[in-house]
Design a protein around this ligand. Structure first.
Ligand SMILES: [Zn+2]
Length: 79
């Protein structure tokens, strides 16, 4: 799935910073919405810097949200 998303996004970072697309060379793939949603349209290419920034922010938020709003769910496994 990763190579597909990177090719679709032309190996450019899709992250928006203050309304501007980052556009640097991307080698990472990130979930736009639900982490369990692996559809290609729910994934985007990111450069390393943006991915590190986003995952540190989202990771904390997601962990907190999961703990407070949802019971633990099992991972659906490899698709
Ligand atoms: Zn970027």
């Amino acid at each position: 799935m990763r190579p597909f998303v990177l090719q679709r996004d032309e190996y450019r970072c899709r992250n928006r910073i203050n309304g501007q697309v980052c556009g640097r060379r991307a080698n990472q793939v990130d979930h736009i919405g639900d982490r369990m949603d692996h559809r290609p349209e729910m994934l985007q290419a990111l450069c390393r810097d943006c991915h590190a920034t986003k995952s540190s922010q989202q990771g904390n938020a997601a962990r907190w949200a999961e703990r407070t709003t949802r019971p633990p769910e099992r991972h659906p496994g490899l698709i």
